[in-house]
Every structure is written in structure tokens, then in C-alpha cells.
Design a protein around this ligand. Structure first.
Ligand SMILES: Cc1cc2nc3c(=O)[nH]c(=O)nc-3n(C[C@H](O)[C@H](O)[C@H](O)COP(=O)(O)OP(=O)(O)OC[C@H]3O[C@@H](n4cnc5c(N)ncnc54)[C@H](O)[C@@H]3O)c2cc1C
Length: 471
């Protein structure tokens, strides 16, 4: 469990234009932390599925279990989805995200090798042990700031294009620079910093992977403007006022990282391998798509509920739209199962998901989510724009609102809550950020789709094609 007091460990957080003196007192953080802690609460509430006994005989979260079969992956997926259900899929970077990849990483540390100053492979192995044993909440930052995407990192002369080592000692390295988006950074225990596989020769200074505590000296966690609506109730903003995931821009100002916490040092090849060869990519992606399915189910159900409660579900065009959403949901559920049953054991004996199936979800889910969001808007139509402040229901307007807004399909306050939910997830800043999240959080879907076609095995298809062409 992340204790509130642990946020007051000296970490440097900026929010609403000022340095936060005591993070544990910030209501926004407190609200979101309640749901982040669902990961730990479920270990107590459902130990039979959320805990397992590890090789050392200790109990650990099931997300740390090394999958050896499709059934193991399915059991882990159930855990990810239990956690996602607590936030309706709205919290993307709960502790199970990175932790899902830790057992695979632990089995694939050898590729990191040794350096002049330290043994990277041994560091990574110790890191994985520590994350599991202490059940650490890690948030990650891999994406470098968009300063000038047309140039290589090292060619850009102004602005922080990434994080680079500025000083090297026998004890460790000093790093400076920035990472663009680090979701939930103010609430996590530690950060894992690495790069996407996009560095080029010449980018050596940026070619790093390391971990650090959130309270490291010189680390600044600068939060974007919050999307919650203080002063309004959860009836008015059911999601904004509970699940603002708090993205942050992370600045490193001569931050010291001891060698034991460095996994790649000034090595472009290793940096480009880090996410994939560690297994982190495959297994965090499995968690990610499992969560995505839950969120798609939530917004699909919301669209249907709005249609039924407004009595528009009788129309063929509306039924067709809703059928589009339910069909999408079934396709995505099926793709996730496909990813598990057609997964494979890798060279280290870790059973990984079929990545073409996982990436098919990643390629299409942004469109499906957007479709569901648009459908909610079209069905909620003007109703979503006519919901009064919830305080009006308790004031002199209460009886009038109850009499005029209530119907045989729902009473007035249910109607207001339902439509508020519809607006929160589609129109509010919170909902727009969720839309952005589903689009971009796992990389650029345009390039994901382009790569997907290039990696698809179509042997049977080509056999058929060339058979008919040669007839
Ligand atoms: C809500 C949210 C939360 C996030 N949380 C995290 C997090 O916790 N940790 C983290 O590390 N990252 C996080 N991200 C960042 C995410 O990883 C990136 O936004 C995503 O990978 C896209 O990269 P980018 O934003 O740099 O856009 P770019 O890659 O710069 O793309 C922007 C546009 O330029 C085009 N483009 C850019 N470069 C190329 C190219 N080489 N070839 C073709 N087209 C190109 C793209 O197609 C796109 O249209 C988050 C993002 C969002 C929106």
C-alpha cells in the first residue's frame, strides 16, 4: 500500500504554479491514490487470485509470476482486469503496468552485459528482485520531449531532447535533461527511465537506462494543470473528481544515480534494445490491452445505457451504432484471448503473448474508443448540455427538476448522474485526455499499424495467391 505519508519524502513536485510543500495534503493526489492503491487492496481481498508463492516461499502479487503457459498469462490478465475495473479502466499506469514486465525482465538481463564501471546485467537482476520483494510502485518515462523531431537528439542545440549523463564518477553518474510525459509520477515510489528504440549513432550521451527514487535530489516532477473540478461534487464530475491520473514533465538537474541503478550507459545499441529485449514491452503491453478492454466495455455499456434511458434505442440507426460498439468489444476481447493462446515460450522459458495480436489491439483500439466516445456524444445529444449543477437538486429548484426531468425511464437525479458521466468521459478536459491517452500512450498508432502490416505472417495467404496466379 502506498501510504499517504510516503509522498512527503522530500520529492519535488510542482502543481498549479507552485512547489507542493506537503504532497500528502493535496486532495487531488489523495483521491487518485485511493484508486491506485486498489492494486494492493486486491491482494488482501482476493489473495487466492492476486497472490502467489514465489521461489523463495514468499507471497507476491500475481503480476510478478513468471508466465510459463497460456493459462498463466490468462491468470495474470484476470488480475490486470480486476485492477482496471476499480477505475473503470481510466487509470492506465497503476502499479501492475511496469510490474507485469518485471518477471520477464528478470529472465532477460544477460543482454545488458557488463561495462567499464559496473555490471549492468547484475544491476538489472537486483532491480527486478527489489521491485518484486518490496512491491514497488514504479512509473516510467521513455518518451523524449518533442523539441524537433526532424533532427537527431544530439543535433538539437537548444532545449532538452532527453536525459544525458553530464558527469561520471566511480560511484555513479550525474544526469540532466528532461522526459516528456510521466503519468502518475507524483504518486509512485520510483521512476524507471529509458528510451524508445529510436536513438541514432551520435546520441550516445542520451543512451541511458536507470531507475531512481522519486525524491532524488535535483529531480523535478512538474504536473500538468489538473483536470479535476474542485468545488463540484462527484455527482457532477464522476470521473474528473476521482481519477485524474496526473501526467508530469520530468526535469533532471544534475541528479546523481549510483552505478547499481544504471542498466544502460552511453550505448545506443543497448538503449535501442532495452524495452524489447528486456521483455518489458511485451508484458506491459499485455497488461495495457487487458486494461483497454475493460475501458472499452465501460464506455460501450455507457452508450447503451444512455440510449435506453433516453428511449432512442428503438431506432434502427441507433441500434446499428450500438452494434458497432458491441462488435468491436467482442473483436478486442477475442484478440486478447488469441494473444494468450497463440503466445510462445521464449528462449528463457517465459511464455509471452503473441505480439501481432496484442499490437492489432493497440492498432485498432484507439479508433474503437473514439467511436464509442463519439456515439455517447451523439446519443446524449442536447441532454448532456442541460444538466444543472447538482446543488440545484437540493435547493429551491429540487421539486421542479424532479418533476420535469424525471421520466418513466429514469428519475431526475439518475438522469443527471448518467449524463454527467457521459459528458465527463467525452467532453470534459478529463475525457479529452482519456481520448489522447488511448490514442498515444503506447506509441503512435500510425506507425504501429504500418509496422503491423510489415510483421504479419501471411504464408498461407501467399500460397493461395500464388497458386491462383500460376493457374
Ligand atoms: C495522456 C498521455 C500519457 C502518457 N504517459 C506516458 C508515460 O507515462 N510515460 C511515457 O514515457 N510516455 C507517456 N506518454 C507519451 C507517449 O509515449 C507518446 O505521446 C507517444 O509515444 C507518441 O509520441 P510523441 O508524443 O512524442 O509524438 P510523436 O512521435 O512526435 O508524433 C507526433 C506526430 O508526428 C508524427 N511523427 C513524429 N515522428 C515521426 C516519424 N519518425 N515518422 C513518422 N511520423 C512521425 C506522428 O505520426 C504524429 O502524427 C503519454 C502520452 C499521453 C498522451
Amino acid at each position: 500500500m502506498i501510504e499517504l505519508a510516503s509522498l512527503d519524502d522530500g520529492r519535488t513536485i510542482y502543481l498549479n504554479g507552485e512547489r507542493v510543500q506537503q504532497p500528502s495534503t493535496v486532495q487531488l493526489f489523495r483521491d487518485t491514490l485511493t484508486y491506485v492503491n486498489g492494486y494492493y487492496r486486491l491482494q488482501e481481498e482476493r489473495p487466492e487470485t492476486h497472490l502467489f508463492t514465489d521461489a523463495a516461499g514468499k507471497q507476491a502479487d500475481t503480476v510478478f509470476k513468471t508466465p510459463r503457459s497460456a493459462a498463466d498469462l490468462a491468470a495474470k490478465r484476470q488480475v490486470y482486469q480486476d485492477i482496471a475495473e476499480l477505475s473503470y479502466g481510466m487509470l492506465g499506469r497503476t502499479p501492475d503496468f511496469i510490474n507485469a514486465g518485471i518477471p520477464a525482465f528478470a529472465a532477460h538481463t544477460d543482454f545488458l552485459g557488463q561495462g567499464q564501471y559496473t555490471d549492468f546485467a547484475a544491476n538489472a537482476k537486483a532491480y527486478c528482485q527489489h521491485i518484486q520483494q518490496d512491491d514497488v510502485f514504479v512509473s516510467h518515462a521513455l518518451q523524449n520531449p518533442q523539441i524537433d523531431r526532424a533532427q537527431e537528439l544530439h543535433d538539437v542545440k537548444r532545449g532538452a531532447t532527453g536525459v544525458q549523463a553530464t558527469k561520471v564518477t566511480a560511484q555513479g553518474i550525474y544526469v540532466s535533461g528532461a522526459k516528456m510525459v510521466n503519468t502518475l509520477a507524483p504518486l509512485s515510489d520510483e521512476l524507471l527511465i529509458f528510451n524508445t528504440p529510436t536513438l541514432s549513432p551520435g546520441d550516445e550521451a542520451y543512451a541511458l537506462a536507470f531507475s531512481l527514487r522519486n525524491n532524488a535530489d535535483g529531480l523535478k516532477i512538474i504536473c500538468r494543470k489538473p483536470f479535476n473540478r474542485p468545488g463540484y461534487s462527484r455527482d457532477d464530475y464522476p470521473l474528473s473528481n476521482a481519477f485524474d491520473e496526473i501526467d508530469a514533465y520530468i526535469v533532471f538537474d544534475q541528479v546523481f544515480v549510483p552505478w547499481e541503478q544504471v542498466y544502460v550507459f552511453q550505448d545506443v545499441v543497448q538503449s535501442n534494445k532495452f524495452f524489447m529485449d528486456s521483455g518489458l514491452f511485451d508484458h506491459t503491453s499485455h497488461q495495457d490491452q487487458a486494461r483497454g478492454v475493460i475501458k472499452l466495455e465501460f464506455v460501450t455499456t455507457l452508450a447503451i445505457e444512455i440510449a435506453e434511458r433516453l428511449g432512442v434505442d428503438h431506432f434502427l440507426n441507433v441500434q446499428e451504432s450500438l452494434g458497432d460498439l458491441t462488435a468491436n468489444l467482442e473483436l478486442i476481447r477475442g484478440a486478447l484471448l488469441n494473444a494468450e493462446v497463440s503466445g510462445e515460450l521464449d528462449d528463457a522459458g517465459v511464455f509471452g503473448p503473441n505480439m501481432q495480436a496484442i499490437l492489432a489491439i493497440r492498432a485498432q483500439l484507439p479508433k474503437m474508443y473514439e467511436k464509442a466516445i463519439k456515439t455517447i456524444q451523439l446519443l446524449g445529444a442536447g441532454s448532456m448540455m442541460s444538466v444543472p449543477d447538482f446543488r440545484d437538486f437540493d435547493g429551491e429548484l429540487g421539486t421542479t427538476l424532479e418533476a420535469t426531468m424525471g421520466s418513466h425511464l429514469m428519475d431526475a437525479t439518475f438522469r443527471a448522474k448518467l449524463l454527467n458521466l457521459g459528458w465527463d468521459v467525452t467532453g470534459e478536459a478529463f475525457g479529452q485526455r482519456q481520448l489522447m491517452y488511448e490514442y498515444y500512450h503506447g506509441g503512435d498508432p500510425i506507425r504501429i499499424r504500418a509496422n503491423h502490416y510489415q510483421n504479419e505472417a501471411l504464408d498461407k495467404g501467399r500460397d493461395m495467391l500464388y497458386r491462383i496466379l500460376s493457374e
